[in-house]
Design a protein around this ligand. Structure first.
Ligand SMILES: Nc1nc2c(ncn2[C@@H]2O[C@H](COP(=O)(O)OP(=O)(O)OP(=O)(O)O)[C@@H](O)[C@H]2O)c(=O)[nH]1
Ligand SMILES: [Mg+2]
Length: 298
């Protein structure tokens, strides 16, 4: 049975043809449905339009999932992001579980971790996101995909048990062109002492050097904790986290883009000031734990 389309339906269909985004298309199709005649003969047309809407919505949903970090992508959170890499069974999951709130599967057998495992821990007022990446396999194509998060993280923890591990991993990072700062850690020091070129020896099993590891991670992240302050009040409890060598301009911009133009002067209490409440201009370099009071032009 043919359906006599109303002028409104024809107009909506025309609009659909010119729709550029999926959202626009969905809106037009919904409009078209509302103008389909109510009788039984138009049933097929209505079903067809509904199926087209469902298909577009599915595409939208998939796009949204990818953006928000579906299975592969990981959403960055906290003040800094570090990745743990290494060959299988080296203790990556054990370290993640020891340092963070994550509960990854830990097992004696190989290749237990197949997807990034994410945790966070607090250190000296900063929230640090830590991600265990699936084990390196030596297959460059596969490893390169798994290492994509390491490329943009602030620090890579390389877990090893021998100098040979270090050489192989450094060579691989070079081949996939990843130059993120790295920290080489020899794990399982309770049973091995072969990675003589590692930066630090630890044992997740016995707890050896775990506190020192946290401290050294923090130092290598080159973080500045800045406490903002309003006149006559106490500095904020939680710091703002900036990268080393940030100045007052970086801070002003971080708080609000237009603070840079409206900036008059700042008063500082803390390591970068010679006396409490010293007055500075916008180019003054900040130091870790400074408390800063920004004054805007009247
Ligand atoms: N002796 C000793 N064993 C450890 C240490 N750290 C981890 N292990 C053990 O090593 C095995 C592997 O640990 P995981 O943390 O699962 O290792 P992984 O690197 O995450 O391994 P995959 O995800 O499977 O690649 C487990 O049996 C752990 O209990 C350590 O410092 N000393
Ligand atoms: Mg694991």
């Amino acid at each position: 049975m043919t359906v006599n389309a109303s002028p409104e339906y024809i107009a909506a269909e025309k609009e659909y043809l010119f729709a550029r985004t999926n959202e626009e298309k969905i809106a037009c199709l919904e409009k078209m449905i509302s103008f389909v005649p109510g009788h039984k003969g138009a049933e097929n047309l209505r079903a067809n339009l509904r199926a087209r809407i469902a298909k577009l919505k599915k595409i939208q949903e998939e796009k949204r999932k990818k953006k928000s970090g579906g299975s592969r992508g990981v959403k960055r959170s906290g003040d800094a992001q570090i990745t743990i890499i290494g060959f299988t069974n080296i203790g990556r999951s054990s370290l993640l579980a020891a340092l963070t709130n994550a509960t990854p599967k830990i097992a004696e057998f190989e290749y237990t971790t197949l997807h990034p495992e994410i945790g966070t821990f607090e250190y000296e007022g900063c929230k640090i996101q830590m991600i265990e990446l699936p084990a390196l396999t030596g297959d460059l194509e596969r490893d390169s995909e798994n290492l994509s998060i390491a490329r943009t993280s602030d620090l890579i923890l390389i877990l090893v048990i021998s100098n040979e591990d270090i050489d192989r991993i450094f060579e691989e990072l070079k081949r996939v062109k990843i130059s993120t700062p790295r920290f080489v850690i020899a794990n399982k020091s309770d049973i091995y002492a072969k990675a003589t070129r590692a930066d630090l020896f630890i044992s997740v099993k016995t707890g050896q050097n775990i506190e020192r590891l946290k401290k050294e991670i923090f130092e290598r992240l080159n973080i500045l904790r800045i406490y903002t302050k309003e006149p006559g009040k106490k500095p904020s409890e939680r710091p703002l986290v900036l990268k080393k060598r940030a100045n007052i301009k970086t801070l002003a911009k971080h708080i609000r883009e237009d603070f840079v133009d409206r900036f008059d002067f700042a008063l500082i209490w803390g390591p970068s000031a010679k006396f409490p409440g010293q007055k500075f201009g916008i180019d003054h370099e900040l130091k870790d734990r400074d408390a800063v009071e920004i004054h805007l032009k009247k």
